[in-house]
Structure formats: structure tokens, C-alpha cells
Design a protein around this ligand. Sequence first.
Ligand code: GDP
Ligand code: IMO
Ligand code: MG
Length: 500
Amino acid sequence: MIGFTKDRTTIAVVGAQWGDEGKGKIADILARDAHIVARGTGGSNAGHTIIHEGTAHVLHQLPCGILYPNTLSVIGRGAAVNPLALTREINAATDAGMSCHGLRISNHARLVTPIEILIDRITEAEGSAIGTTGRGIGPTYTAHVERRGLFVNDTLNKEELKKKLQHSVEAVMPFLRAFHPGTTRRILGADDMEKGAFYKDPDSIFNIDAIIDVYREFARRFRERIVNTDRLIQSNVGKQKILLEGSQGILLSIEHGTYPFVTSSDSTLPGLAEGVGIQSRDVDHTYVVAKAPYMTRVGDGPFPTELGGKTSAQWCKNNTKEREIEEYPEPDINSDEMFERGVAIRRLGNEYGSTTKRLRRIGWLDIPLLHHALTCGGGFQSGRASIILTKLDMGDTMDDVRLCIAYHYAGKKGYAIGSSRLLPGKRMCVAPMDQYALANSTPLYRECRGWKCSLRGITSANDLPRALLEYIAAIQEYAGDDVKIDAISVGPRGHETIAL
Ligand code: GDP
Ligand code: IMO
Ligand code: MG
């Protein structure tokens, strides 16, 4: 079963797809026994829904250890910390009865400021759209790589904070001046940006003193919790039960994802481990979480198995949940129209972004991409990782489910990937990690029969329907034998999890 053992004291949970795989639920099962729960990547772009004692909690920057009063919750060095959003999240958690006593924030975590949020939102609004969450994540990591980024530690030192903010503003001003002043003003006037408090005038744009006041208030309140978390984690490896809670998913990794439609941190195991100050070899076991029979994606980028293809991508980009409910009051999950099936699945699975409320695009489980997720960056070692399939109960009413087992290349003749030249019709069992090639990959499906019964309430693998076991066996067969499917999730609550 999922859990810590004598030999597994450091465990990681990572997503295998484009996020929202149900990492929060799986992390929460483990957090109950953990001494420390740590995040090491991403920031307020994440949204992990956890049902705890009957109540749903959506956590963004806070690790799920916050739900347990005696657990240390660590926001590690690799994370991007937005003090304003974090303060709001902590206030909400405290109001909901949680204690933030065990929270520790890395002094070396990257600091998100209104400058990066404005750059993120203006870039999305004015052209080169990735479909980001607009939380300033990309520009924050960019600032770090450009060697002008701020750290959480800077909130503790007023003069340094001022100097670095001024330097950052100077660096981005030529870029921002290219946009209409009204746009900058509108974005900085948003509710989550203190309703315009950080805006000065069209010339200087930022009110740096106002940013300093708010960030210094954060520092005053949380000073005792800002520490060297690398050392904290390193000194407890092998001694305490440590859970690394991944954000996003491997396909969104800046290193190994479907670039450029990715986030800006490395959401693979090495990225997560590095983000809390250790290495993958320190992690005894990794649970790789994947949704099935469908997967989802929020934002732009290739999605070969998307139900309804480009129509769906466009629909999800331009629409709201309310409009979808109005136009498709009763979508049929077994419709002949794949687009309609996608709408029905989205509705059934409540696949609307927990951070941005956007429609999540729906596609069949894609083995070539799962294969990539399991093998990229050195891959997972046999026996040190296992797969957990989530949301299988969403397939309960489907007559059939499709499993994408390979692609046919459908792009131009001779497109080069390294030394090979792709020819139309070429069969590919591992997804090409190239934007053009992936966008021109047509899925080849294996049709599997639906199990047509409710999985909710089943607690033993012995009681699972034969059609479901056949489907799971097919996933294992095509994904390879190295990393075993260990458990399945058949409902949002912790106990709705079945060991195989
Ligand atoms: P995360 O970002 O990977 O933590 O995933 P999200 O929380 O964004 O989205 C997963 C959603 O599915 C949440 O609302 C979970 O409560 C829910 N969930 C997780 N596992 C299951 C499952 O097996 N069945 C059902 N029906 N819901 C699940
Ligand atoms: P969790 O942890 C799903 C996506 C965005 C966008 C891309 C870049 O809940 O799984 P960013 O704001 O990070 O620069 O956006 O990444 N994205 C997520 N999609 N779940 C997430 O987190 C995501 N975090 C970022 O939609 O396509
Ligand atoms: Mg999520």
C-alpha cells in the first residue's frame, strides 16, 4: 500500500502529465504519517485539492502538511514565493482551523514581486501566449537566471530590498514602456495586486515604496519561519519521514516538458529534489501520479489525444464553465462526437482549473507521453518508483475507453529530429519532444471495453471488474514493465484508493 516503511523514509509525489493529476490527494495520504512535507518547485500557479475530514481545501503555495498540526511544512529554495498570495493563503488556512506553526520558508526561495506578475500578464495579454496562470512564475525564474532576481531573504533587509527592486524596475522598464500605459495600469489595478497600490504613474509605473511596505509586513509577520530549509531537509534525510510534494507535472517541466508550453521550473523528480536541497538518489521511493482514462491540459500547446482536437482547444481557450453548462446542458459521455464526450468528461470530472477556473482540455491517456515521463532525465529506477492511476471512477459510465499506444507522424516529409528524418506515416511509440513533431503526431488507439459499473466503494483489488483490470494491464504493457502500477484512485477521498 502507499506509505512510508523502514526503508522508505523519503518519498516524492510527482505528476506524470500536465498537472492536476491528483497529486494533492496522494500527497495527503502520505502526509498523515510524515514529519516533514516540502515543496521545491513552482508557486501559486499550483492548485492541489484535498478532501480533509469531509472539507475540500485548495492549497496553492502551502504544502499539504499544513493540514496536520505536528508536521513541518517547508516551502523550499526552488519554489517561487509570492508573499501577498501566501499571506492570503495562510490567513484562509488559519480561518479554516489549521495551524501555520510548522511552516518554514526558505530564505533562498525566489521572490515573486508585482514586477514579475505584471510582465507575465502583459505578455499573455499582448501576444506570445502560453496560457500561463498569470502568477508571475515565468518572469520570476527568468529574473533569477538573468541574475537580477530577488530572494525571500531580501524582504528581511529594507535597504537591500529597495536597491534590488529599483534595479529590477530599471531593467524591465524599456520592455514595459512599449505597452499602452492603460494596460499596465489596468493590470496593476487587479484585486490580487492590492487594487492598484503598486501603481504610481505612466512614467515610473511602480510605486516601489508601496511594494516595500507590503513585503516588509510579510517579513515582520513570518520572520521566525524564514530559515535555511536546505539544511533542515538535508539533516533529516534518513532520520525523519520526509514527503516531497511535487507541483505541476513532468510534461510541464522546463527541462523535459512540451517546451515552450511549459512552466518555468523543473517539475521532474531531480528538479523537485534539487528544489528542497537534496538529490534524487536521496529519495527512496517516488509515486508517479497519472490520470486515466483521460488526462488534461490547461493553457496552450500540443495535445495529440485531445477529444475534439482543435475545436476543443479553441473552445477551452475562449469559454467559461457557465457558458459551457448553458450550451451543453446534458452532454453525452458516449456521444459519437468526441468534442461532446470531452465536454461530458470535463463536467463529470469537474475539470476546471483550481487556480484560474479555466476549462481543462480533455484527451485520452497517452502512452507515448507517459513513456517519456517515465524515462526522461535518467528516468525512474525499477523498484524505486511506482505509478498511481487516479480518477478511474470517471470511466464508470463509458461504453469504451481509448488508449493511445503510439503515434503516426503526419507532418512534412524529412523533418529532422537529430540524425533521423521523419516521414509521413512513421510510427512512434515514444513521444517526440519537439513542438512541431508533437503537434503533427496523430494518435493510434487501442479500444478497450468500459467496465460499466461504479468503482466507488470498492476497497479490494479482488473486487475490481475484469474490463478495468484488462485496461490497467494494457497501460502497464505499453508503458513498459520497469515502473509498476501500484495503486489506483477511485474517488477524491484518501480511503478511495486501492492497492493492486
Ligand atoms: P493536483 O494539482 O495534481 O493536486 O490535482 P487537482 O487537485 O488540481 O485536481 C485533481 C482533482 O481530482 C481534485 O479535485 C481531487 O479532489 C480530485 N480527485 C483526485 N483523485 C480522484 C479520484 O480518483 N476520483 C475522483 N473522482 N476525483 C479525484
Ligand atoms: P498543479 O500543481 C496545471 C500550466 C499553465 C500553463 C503553463 C505555464 O495544480 O498540477 P505558469 O503560470 O506556470 O507559467 O504557466 O503551465 N500550469 C499548470 N497546469 N496544473 C498546474 O499545477 C499548473 N501550473 C502551471 O496552465 O499552461
Ligand atoms: Mg492542480
